[in-house]
Design a protein around this ligand. Structure first.
Ligand SMILES: Cc1cc2nc3c(=O)[nH]c(=O)nc-3n(C[C@H](O)[C@H](O)[C@H](O)COP(=O)(O)O)c2cc1C
Length: 319
């Protein structure tokens, strides 16, 4: 997710879950090729398994970036076929490519032939006036024939004109049955369902009909949901508490600050750590008063441990 799953956000999320697959935010092929590669593509080994998501429709560029992703140690390369933003459409990538199955198939073919890591695609179930099983199914068949066997389906269509990206995440109605039908019809493919999933009951239900579940906003707003997933879906009984997470993160901040990272670049991802819990306001307020400024002082990070420990005690008392 743009501005959310950068390397610091992913490091934090990985402290909460060992088992989930993490993805980068979308990186345009041109930035990956010509930009500051260390800044844009580097990651910490702890973040793995990690997929690189790219945006593009130039097959030579996509091929090159797939090779780069493999060489850097990414576990998967994912092509974005779902972003409806105007800027992305202007550059001819994202959701507008659902209209061009042949071009997408050629791109995927080049990607698959350039690397040995899995090539996956993230797309929507339709666009504008088209929300049609046959259209989607033939699109999926085309891209799977060119070698993409993992498809993440955001269960709503994209409206390419007239809606902002934000509206495109809530105005088009969710249509989970369409995703289930795609899985039924393409049992050989790994179909991952995405869109509006917010609790473990829903996850368990989707897993009866699909191979996996992708979650975006619910995790970013309430990162500890990942620990619940770790526990309920992966049967991991050893999930860390919020204050244990904070302790590890403070160590990470210490190391990163030495390398020139600003405190706020890391701590901004933790705003929702106490979501729905006693102490959430105190946590958020402390972060916003002390750690959101560009020049936030590292010394103030230590105090956050005290808040975390007090919050932990307060929540134990309640439960
Ligand atoms: C702030 C924000 C940034 C996003 N950035 C990306 C992105 O870079 N690539 C992508 O495939 N989807 C992106 N999305 C869409 C999400 O990955 C996801 O498909 C969508 O939010 C629906 O899932 P959810 O209801 O679990 O959030 C973004 C969504 C938001 C809210």
């Amino acid at each position: 997710m743009m501005d959310c799953t950068d390397r610091h956000g992913r490091y934090f999320l990985r402290l909460l879950s060992k088992n989930v697959m993490l993805y980068t935010e979308m990186v345009a092929t041109k930035s990956a090729i010509h930009g500051d590669r260390k800044k844009i593509l580097s990651f910490n080994e702890i973040e793995k398994p990690l997929g690189l998501q790219v945006g593009g429709s130039d097959k030579k560029e996509l091929s090159l970036v797939s090779k780069i992703a493999e060489d850097l140690g990414y576990d998967e390369i994912n092509i974005n076929l779902g972003c409806p933003s105007k800027k992305v459409q202007k550059n001819k990538f994202g959701a507008c490519l659902i209209k061009e199955p042949d071009l997408v198939a050629e791109c995927i073919n080049e990607m698959v032939n350039s690397c040995k890591i899995p090539v996956s695609a993230k797309t929507r179930i339709g666009f504008d006036d088209i929300e049609d099983f046959n259209y989607l199914n033939s699109f999926i068949k085309k891209i799977s024939d060119s070698g993409c066997k993992i498809i993440i389906l955001h269960a709503r269509k994209a409206i390419l004109k007239g809606l902002s990206p934000k509206e495109n995440l809530k105005v088009p109605k969710l249509n989970y049955p369409m995703v289930y039908e795609i899985k039924k019809e393409n049992n050989n493919l790994e179909i991952i369902i995405n869109g509006g999933i917010t609790d473990c009951f829903q996850i368990k239900d989707h897993l009866k009909k699909c191979d996996g579940v992708m979650i975006g906003r619910a995790i970013y707003q309430n990162p500890y949901f990942l620990a619940d997933i770790e526990n309920e879906i992966f049967d991991n009984t050893d999930v860390p508490t919020r204050s244990e997470i904070t302790e590890k993160l403070v160590e990470y901040v210490k190391d990163e600050v030495k390398k020139g990272t600003r405190v706020n670049q890391i701590m901004r991802h933790t705003v929702g750590l106490y979501h729905g819990k006693t102490g959430a306001n105190k946590w958020r307020r402390y972060l916003s008063d002390n750690m959101m400024a560009r020049d936030s002082d590292f010394q103030k990070v230590h105090h956050i441990m005290e808040i975390a420990q007090n919050n932990e005690k307060a929540n134990q008392t309640i439960s």
